[in-house]
Design a protein around this ligand. Sequence first.
Ligand code: HEC
Length: 255
Amino acid sequence: MRGLSLPAATLLALCGLAGPARAQESQTPPLVHQHWSFDGILGTFDNAAAQRGFMVYQQVCSACHSMKQMYYRNLTGIGLNDDEIKAIAGSVQVPGPLDENGAPTERPGLPSDHFKSPFANDTAARAANGGALPPDQSVLEKAREGGADYIFAVLTGYSDAPAGMKMQQGMNYNRFFPGNQIAMPQPLHGNDVTYTDGTPSSLDQEAHDVTTFLAFAANPELNGRHQMGVKVVLFLAFLTGLTYAVKRKIWADVH
Ligand code: HEC
């Protein structure tokens, strides 16, 4: 390192550190872009898909992943009505007020409650998952590079490990997870839920739907923002036309 300036040495050290991580990442193929209803500047969430996705979250993912920032009442955003939301919230038990002896009680959930978490705390969550923490899914779609395409890829990226790859104990091979070893056992296989709208629940369909729901959770204001965008553009077009017509009228007699 003699003769090397400090910045250059630091850079070298950083490259050294980044090296192995990058080598690991290079084992994951590029993400395949899926078609999402919420793509683009005018895209909006497909409510039917998001509702099916909520069903998948509720029946499969919520066994391990919390969504602490979601309230049951937020489900109005995917088109569920008040009665449906009351029923969903009411189906879980949450801590209630202390009783007259000071003992903890439970009460049915309300639309104003947060989504119930599967574990009391992170330590309990790790203990139940071989030491790995299932990340909270409230904003996962926004927090991960590749967003929806990444989540879909992880959910559909399981297979047997290639011959010769040494798997750590309790880990599962996944093409798209950085490092290719993931603690989450394959959560979806197809036919994990029975959709009430009759959509066949293939693996791809379930993965697509639950990812749509997670994208909604991470961007609850997107539909409103994009619909407002359309209105603003229409209004501006109207205003331009009006301004032009007025200008023509005012200047009509000036030669
Ligand atoms: C049996 C428990 C369990 C279930 C059920 C489960 N997961 Fe996971 N999940 C985990 C654990 C543990 C991790 C952390 C993996 C790791 O760090 O190796 C994880 C990680 C993930 C990741 C990768 C996140 C990252 O850090 O990049 C995604 C995406 C994910 N889960 C989505 C889902 C979805 C969607 C469902 C429902 C269809 C689901 N999981 C069901 C336990 C579970």
